[in-house]
Design a binder for this molecule. Structure first.
Ligand code: PGA
Length: 255
């Protein structure tokens, strides 16, 4: 199994550049000795430059981008801008983008294509809004198929699929983490969909990670029992000590 990939999704936090630089630096200090897990930080776009200047070794991720390189798109950030700040990862289709910004599967597809074709690693988020007993909701497969259609299989090496059941995201009312059994089922399901579409080899390259109320208390079970190859961490990534614990435990869980 590959070393787990732990992505800190800071969302629209923290409030200031100074806090962002301080949080990133505490995290970097804490994870320096951890070799068995890879860490990526996704701060608000405006803080990418500050974080990159403060620490060139930090692996940075954008939380979103627009699919065009440049042009009359007021308010949009292009994937091309990211090159200047050492950003190699981009989150695509997070449920909050889909819910609050009206992102459709078609938009997700365009963004995913742009990102992969230009050499970034894409973190594609898929997940159902409501739990359906222990079945993986068909919407997970639909979101995935619509996002990856027409993507040349060789680009799958740079694809990470984040299974994030929306109901499990910590800020949603009544949220609780998914079970590792269900995460495992989701992993098998996602692999199956990708294999059917792209064949075994290409699908085998795709990393599948879990997101939704990940904490130091549950990360080991998602990695060990759920066979997830990492996690997308929201709220707990804003607490440096807790996030460092998550990374350390994830690294140990694969051995
Ligand atoms: P959470 O968020 O860890 O706060 O549940 C995860 C996410 O939305 O990426």
């Amino acid at each position: 199994m590959r070393a787990p990939l732990i992505i800190a999704n800071w969302k629209m936090n923290p409030a200031t550049r100074r806090e962002a630089v301080s949080l990133a630096s505490r995290v970097r200090t804490g994870i320096q000795k951890i070799r068995s897990a890879a860490v990526v930080i996704a701060p608000p776009a405006l803080f990418l430059e500050a974080l990159h200047s403060a620490d060139k070794k930090l692996k940075l991720c954008a939380q979103d981008i627009f699919w065009e390189a440049a042009g009359p798109y007021t308010g949009a950030v292009s994937w091309r801008h990211l090159n200047d700040f050492g950003v190699r990862y981009v989150i695509i289709g997070h449920s909050e983008r889909r819910i609050y910004f009206g992102e459709t599967d078609e938009m997700v597809h365009k963004k995913l294509s742009a990102v992969l074709l230009h050499g970034f690693t894409a973190v594609l988020c898929v997940g159902e809004r409501e739990r359906q007993e222990n079945e993986i909701a068909p919407i997970v497969g639909e979101q995935l198929l619509r996002a990856v259609r027409d993507i040349p299989p060789r680009f799958l090496k740079k694809l990470v699929v984040a299974y994030e059941p929306v109901w499990a995201i910590s800020t949603n009312p009544g949220a609780k983490p998914d079970t590792s059994e269900n995460a495992f089922r989701a992993r098998v399901f996602i692999k199956k969909v990708l294999t059917k579409m792209f064949g075994n080899t290409a699908a085998g390259n795709v990393r599948i990670i879990y997101g939704g109320s990940v904490k130091s208390g549950n990360i080991a079970s998602f990695i060990r029992d759920g066979k997830m190859e990492g996690a997308l961490v929201g709220r707990a990534s804003l607490d440096a000590e807790e996030f460092i614990r998550i990374v350390a435990i994830a690294g140990r869980a694969v051995h």
